[in-house]
Structure formats: structure tokens, C-alpha cells
Design a protein around this ligand. Structure first.
Ligand code: SF4
Ligand code: SF4
Length: 394
């Protein structure tokens, strides 16, 4: 018997209506063999959302929408009592889970809401390409089944963030920042993300692509209504189908390419059930300005730093909208971002273009720009990452 192709379910959901989403998710999961294949009455399930630390309401499109998560939790709760959900958040006032609506939603459903850092992390050995040990959230390690609930967004460092990148959030926040400083080479950073994904591989991924983020994601882009939900047992395949929907070559996304090459999932030969990709695909999805991780692709390592410095996107402070809140300076792994007299500034000599400041700023005060050279070659780079009219399978 030949191997069955990896399957991804694609469903349409035009709005954040819990009942409609729940119906779509039940149908998607049924097409993957049913939730019963994973979850029994005593199974402990942890659902990892993409929340990000700085407080942000769901209508900004930065986080996995709480109505989407509520629909998934309702499906899970129909099979087991042991369901928890969460992400790793810095402490803040007001609290991130309050602002996003997660606190109220979990109270209503009677589901445990976890800030991963409050439960703690445990060191485990791993055989990664870069990492040989990793600290993973206890909540994940103590669960029997890990459900991954990413948001479909662009990413100004890695081009795209979805299922694989969402698992980067299961390590301590300090390490996430430190890895940016320690692994400046974009190819190496992609491998670090995939090392963590390999150590914490989800059993089921359900992606919120109802309202996606395009342009300067993952936190300062524009909303884009795609109206799609993607579900799969293979997170890499889910990312590959999402990439096709937004007109990207899946293998142009570094995290997808590395995970595919390492046999952690597949980016090709996927069976898409439900709706065809062509019915959901858009041809004008805006990508971020020249993300370094996407530029270097498979370039030899000695070239990557040079290429990144010459044509990679650069963060730049917009003084008009900067409030001097200091979030960028707090997260910057090299000290390049500072705040003086109530305004942020970035030292170009020490900036490694990790885009942490861009991700954390909630005032759209970190813009992304490029060099004159990048302006000249950007159209060529974009053309290389784009795919031609969507096919029915990726
Ligand atoms: S750039 Fe953004 S994060 Fe940094 S101080 Fe200004 S408003 Fe805060
Ligand atoms: S200034 Fe921003 S992009 Fe540059 S190193 Fe600091 S956090 Fe990263």
C-alpha cells in the first residue's frame, strides 16, 4: 500500500462567530480522522495560542482571536475535562489576557488559562541542529496532547509566522530574546526556531486565518480578511497550505523549508480537503519589506551577514507616534534601542535587525525601511518568493 498523503483541511469562516467557527472546526477535524483519535475523556490537553506579550485587543489582528480559541476549546471540552490554554506573557498593567478578552472567555467556558512563565519551564535534552538542550513550558510537558492555535500573519524577520513559529513561544521569554542575539544569521535563527518546534511538536494544528495580518507583521501590519481555517496533524503542511493561500512559495519560508528538509513535516504533496486552495487564495497579499530571513534563503553562510546588512529591512523610530513607553529598549537583545527624553532611538551599529522592537511596540512607532539597494532589488526578491496562480495542492 502506498503511503497516504498528508492531509490538511481547509474550511471557510467569514467572521468571528463562535458557533459558525465551531461547526467549521468540527468538520475539519472529522476530515482528519476525528478528535476521538487524539482525545479521550481523561486526556490532558494544552492549547498554545499566539498571544504576544504587549496587551492588544483582538480586533487589532495580532493574536489568535478569542472567539476562534473559544470554538476550539468547546470542541475539546466535548471530549475531555482536562483542557488548558495559554501563552507566555510579560507582566503588564493592564494584564494582556484581560485586554485580549482571553480572561473573560476562559472564565465563561470554565477553562484554565495559563501564563506559561507562572507555571515554569523544565530543561530537556534535544538533538537539534543548533540547540542541544531547551527549556520547555511545564504546561506542555505535562499535557498528553498539544494543540497548536497559530494566527496567519506576515513576519518582518521570518517572512511568515504560523504553526512552526508559534511554538517558539513555549520557551522562556528571556531566552527568546537572547537567541536573537546569539543566532544573528537568519538561517541559523530559522534552525533554532525549528529545533524548538522539533522538541515540542504539536499533535494537532488549527490555524486562525479568518482575519490575517499582511504587510509589516507580526504586530504592525494591516488586517486582511481571508476567511479561512486550516487544520492538520502536520504543522509544517498547515504552514505550507497557508503560504500557498497568500501567494507564497512555501519553501521560501525559512522555518517551513528547514522543518521540511529535516523530515519534521511536509511542504509538498499535501492533500487539501474541504475547500480547494484556489477558492481561498489571494494574489495581492502584501508581504513585509524585505525580511532578512527570506533574502538569504539557501545562500552560503559567509554571504548571509553581508546580504542581511546590505538589503535587509531596518527598524526606524517614528518620533511622532513614539510614547517613550520603553518596551523596545526592554526587549532589545543588544542595547541598540534606548529611550531618552521620552523618545526611542536605535543605534544602527549595534542593531542586529531581530525586529523584537517592531514586534513589541504597540504604537506603530517602529517603522521598517531598507537601503537604496534594497529598494532597487525588492521587486526581484518579491517575484522570487511569489508563486504563480494557485494550484489545488501545494
Ligand atoms: S518606539 Fe514604541 S516601544 Fe519604543 S518607546 Fe516608542 S512607543 Fe514605546
Ligand atoms: S533595535 Fe530592534 S531590531 Fe535592532 S537589535 Fe534592538 S530589538 Fe532588534
Amino acid at each position: 500500500m502506498p503511503d497516504q498523503p498528508t492531509r490538511v483541511a481547509l474550511k471557510r469562516a467569514p467572521r468571528y462567530d463562535e458557533n459558525e467557527i465551531q461547526t467549521a472546526i468540527e468538520s475539519a477535524v472529522a476530515a482528519l480522522g476525528g478528535i476521538e483519535a487524539l482525545v479521550r475523556h481523561d486526556t490532558r490537553v494544552f492549547a498554545k495560542v499566539n498571544h504576544l506579550s504587549p496587551p492588544s485587543p483582538p480586533e487589532r489582528g495580532i493574536i489568535t482571536h478569542p472567539a476562534f480559541t473559544a470554538a476550539v476549546l468547546a470542541v475539546l471540552k466535548g471530549h475531555t475535562r482536562h483542557v488548558a490554554v495559554g501563552d507566555d506573557l510579560h507582566p503588564s498593567t493592564p494584564e494582556g489576557f484581560e485586554v485580549s478578552g482571553y480572561r473573560a472567555m476562559c472564565n465563561r467556558l470554565g477553562v484554565e488559562l495559563v501564563n506559561l512563565r507562572e507555571v515554569g519551564f523544565r530543561r530537556i535534552s534535544c538533538d537539534g541542529v543548533v540547540l542541544k538542550e531547551v527549556y520547555l513550558a511545564r504546561s506542555l510537558l505535562e499535557a498528553d496532547v498539544l494543540v497548536n492555535l497559530p494566527k496567519l500573519k506576515t513576519h518582518s524577520l521570518t517572512l511568515f509566522t504560523g504553526a512552526v513559529k508559534n511554538m517558539y513561544g513555549v520557551i522562556p521569554g528571556g531566552l527568546r530574546v537572547a537567541f536573537h542575539g546569539q543566532h544573528k544569521d537568519p538561517q541559523e535563527f530559522n534552525q533554532v526556531v525549528v529545533d524548538i518546534f522539533a522538541a515540542a511538536r504539536p499533535h494537532l494544528t488549527i490555524m486562525d486565518g479568518i482575519v490575517a495580518m499582511e504587510g509589516a507583521g507580526p504586530a504592525n501590519g494591516s488586517l486582511r480578511e481571508l476567511g479561512v481555517i486550516l487544520a492538520g496533524r502536520d504543522a509544517v503542511a498547515v504552514d505550507a497550505v497557508a503560504a500557498r493561500i497568500i501567494g507564497l512559495d512555501p519553501l521560501a519560508v525559512g522555518t517551513t523549508r528547514c522543518a521540511h528538509e529535516r523530515g519534521l513535516g511536509v511542504a509538498e504533496g499535501i492533500e487539501v480537503v474541504g475547500e480547494p486552495i484556489a477558492a481561498a487564495a489571494v494574489s495581492d497579499f502584501r508581504l513585509p519589506p524585505v525580511p532578512a530571513g527570506a533574502i538569504v534563503g539557501r545562500a552560503p553562510r559567509f554571504l548571509t551577514q553581508f546580504i542581511t546588512r546590505q538589503i535587509g529591512a531596518r527598524p526606524r523610530v517614528v518620533p511622532r507616534t513614539c510614547t517613550g513607553c520603553g518596551a523596545c529598549a526592554q526587549i532589545c537583545p543588544t542595547g541598540a534601542a534606548t529611550v531618552t527624553n521620552g523618545k526611542a532611538a536605535i543605534d544602527r551599529r549595534t542593531c542586529i535587525r531581530c525586529m523584537c522592537c517592531h514586534e513589541v511596540c504597540r504604537f506603530n512607532a517602529i517603522a521598517l525601511g531598507g537601503s537604496a539597494l534594497s529598494g532597487l532589488i525588492r521587486p526581484l526578491l518579491r517575484a522570487g518568493r511569489r508563486v504563480r496562480p494557485p494550484r489545488s495542492t501545494p
